[in-house]
Design a protein around this ligand. Structure first.
Ligand SMILES: *Cc1c(COP(=O)(O)O)cnc(C)c1O
Length: 462
């Protein structure tokens, strides 16, 4: 099984290389050359067993099946719920798939815990040391810190937008107390952080010098890890489901598509992307309008994204795998910040199973109150964007499954402002509220961030 770039200008590579590289060298995203066909799980199959089977389909010969199983077991032993993604009923034909039972209370843990295992496995064999860098809008960074803290063969650099993530989100990354985790608070927004990371990857000399690697939402292994929970939930539902996915970079929504392509969603694929007031993704999917705009702050900061990075893979699929078209589109977008996609491509997004809609800040807060009143549950603001959409368009007998992407306690200020209630951290989070934080504040300047990484790379070894 080989992985090729959405822009057509990179050598095909194997699964582990695609995972360690993050971005392809031509600036594109890796896609499998063909979709592995994977048998859906039986209702009683353990989550870790399903996960190992799905990874085996994508990893081919690069990792032995027994190793994959052991890695999945280690990865998911950190979850509070054995089924990893339990379902709860929110109302008639509306369910929530709870993805927040991992160590940092957001769905990013599901992928990051296994990615850290894959890195350790690969680097143990090759004897390399890597500098892993990621930009975070809040949750990826904490999940990466929890997964890579104390990793033996890598240093982790996390760029977060200074004062634009919640204090709890920040504490999950800044309190690990481990020398191989470096937190950089960047004076700018998430897109500034992401732009710096992209530019560092574009500098081939720098990449080689520090052994640069990425675990952002474009990482192939993250998408594979997230496809597993769609499969595990689909078998419990046992009939056609419409997935409603609170979306930012579109990694989670894409994972559902990947699950369907691999035969894991036998009743078909319908994915409704619910976005906040940063509605770039909705404008792209509904009207073909790709337009660069600054992100605005909303109650759901992990979705404050103006350039949804995984959309490039959807565009590749919608064009029938036309890498030249994808490359030209992104070149034009890079030049002018604005592209109008052809109607035929826009029609294809819906044919692939994707729709999208925007939920306002006021609707999000009202939805948090409504769910609390009706069920007694606190939900996080991202999840509320999804449950709002599930109710806006009820679909009769088709079951709606809303991805509950984070725990309410990760956004206590927002929960309090909307509902008047305190959202307490689960006991398993221990003392993160009182531990000392370590982070470095830096301007949004490529040279300064590059120098920081250069200076620390290889030195965080324990
Ligand atoms: C990352 C994140 C999202 C958005 O997921 P994408 O894969 O980027 O679309 C939604 N909700 C929460 C809580 C997140 O952390």
């Amino acid at each position: 099984m080989k992985y090729i770039s959405t822009r057509g200008g990179a050598e095909p590579v194997d699964f582990v290389s695609a995972c360690l590289a993050g971005l392809a060298p031509d600036g594109g995203l890796y896609m499998p050359q063909s979709w592995p066909q994977i048998t859906p799980p039986a209702p009683d199959e353990a989550y870790t067993v399903t996960a190992a089977r799905v990874f085996a389909g994508f990893a081919g010969e690069t990792i032995a099946h027994a190793d994959l199983l052991a890695m999945c077991e280690r990865a998911y032993s950190s979850f509070a719920h054995q089924s990893v993604a339990p379902l709860t009923e929110l109302g008639r034909n509306v369910w929530m798939m709870e993805l927040h039972h991992g160590p940092t209370l957001a769905f990013k843990d599901v992928a990051m815990q296994i990615i850290a295992q894959i890195y350790d496995h690969a680097l143990e064999r090759s004897g390399e040391r890597l500098s892993i860098i990621c930009a975070t809008s809040g949750d990826t960074g904490g999940a990466a810190a929890a997964a890579f803290a104390g990793a033996r063969h890598s240093d982790l650099y996390i760029l977060h937008p200074h004062e634009r993530i919640s204090p709890v989100q920040r504490r999950f990354m800044t309190t690990t107390g481990l020398a191989n985790v470096h937190n950089l608070a960047i004076d700018g927004d998430f897109d500034d952080c992401q732009a710096i990371v992209k530019a560092l990857f574009a500098d081939k000399g720098f990449v080689a010098e520090v052994g640069l690697s990425g675990v952002n939402s474009i990482n192939s292994a993250r998408i594979v890890a997230q496809a597993v929970y769609y499969a595990s939930v689909q078998v419990k539902i046992g009939s056609k489901a419409r997935f409603i996915v609170p979306s930012g970079n579109m990694g989670d929504a894409l994972a559902g598509y990947v699950a369907a392509k691999c035969g894991l969603l036998p009743y078909g694929f319908e994915c409704h992307c619910a976005v906040n007031e940063n509605d770039a993704l909705a404008r792209i999917l509904n009207a073909g309008e790709m337009k660069r705009e600054a992100a605005v702050m909303t109650p759901s900061p992990a979705m404050d994204i103006s350039v949804p990075s995984n959309f490039e893979r959807v565009l590749y699929e919608a064009s029938g795998g036309d890498a030249d078209f994808v490359r030209q589109t992104y070149e034009a977008y890079g030049r002018s910040g604005e592209v109008a996609l052809p109607d035929s491509i826009v029609a294809e997004f819906a044919a692939l199973g994707f729709t999208a809609a925007r939920v306002s800040n006021a609707e999000t807060k009202a939805e948090m109150v409504r769910v609390l009143d009706e069920t007694g549950w606190q939900i996080c603001p991202h999840t509320a964007v999804g449950t709002f959409e599930a109710r806006r368009e009820p679909r009769g007998d088709v079951v709606s499954v809303v991805l509950a992407t984070a725990h309410a306690a990760k956004f206590p200020e927002t929960v309090k402002a909307a509902t008047g209630q305190d959202a307490a951290l689960p006991a398993r989070c221990g003392d993160i509220a009182s531990r000392a934080e370590v982070f470095e504040r830096l301007p949004a300047e490529l040279g300064i961030v590059g120098d920081y990484v250069r200076k620390h790379s290889g030195k965080g070894a324990m």
